[in-house]
Design a protein. Structure first.
Length: 146
């Protein structure tokens, strides 16, 4: 029987994992090219980003990681990897709310993927894309010189 058991919330668990260095370990795993592993990796990162502004900002300002996400977003070899990569782009915008993250996504070609995500058959993905694009439009697109 557990008498001194303390229930820890999901947000607290995420914070503990982040403090223990899970983000750097997962970023190292982004070099793996096995799609089932990448699929789980992206899902894990997306869950860690949820309600974690510092995590979203750290991932979203990592240029090589964003480049890799954009590449995975164009893959036709694994639909799950493609979907998770684009969803993670949207979640980085949503949870970081950082203009630096948004500028990097624009620079590295993430906007066309968010636009394509609007055409998804899944309404939740459509909503995620629209939300990310709205946040970007309100935050950085007005400051972009054309």
């Amino acid at each position: 029987m557990l008498t001194n058991y303390k229930c820890i919330s999901t947000v607290e668990n995420k914070a503990v994992l982040v403090e223990l260095g899970i983000i750097d370990n997962l970023l190292e795993m982004s070099k793996v090219e096995t799609y089932p592993v990448v699929f789980k990796l992206l899902g894990t990162l997306r869950m860690l980003v949820d309600k974690q502004e510092n995590v979203a900002s750290k991932l979203g300002t990592n240029s090589s990681f964003i480049q890799q996400l954009v590449r995975w977003g164009y893959t036709e070899d694994h639909p799950g990897v493609k979907g998770e990569a684009i969803r993670l782009l949207a979640w980085l915008v949503k949870h970081s709310r950082s203009s630096d993250v948004m500028r990097l996504l624009i620079k590295e070609g993430g906007v066309p993927q968010l636009l394509n995500m609007i055409q998804s058959e899944h309404q939740i993905m459509q909503n995620e894309a629209l939300l990310a694009l709205n946040i970007m439009a309100g935050t950085v697109l007005g400051k972009v010189k054309i």
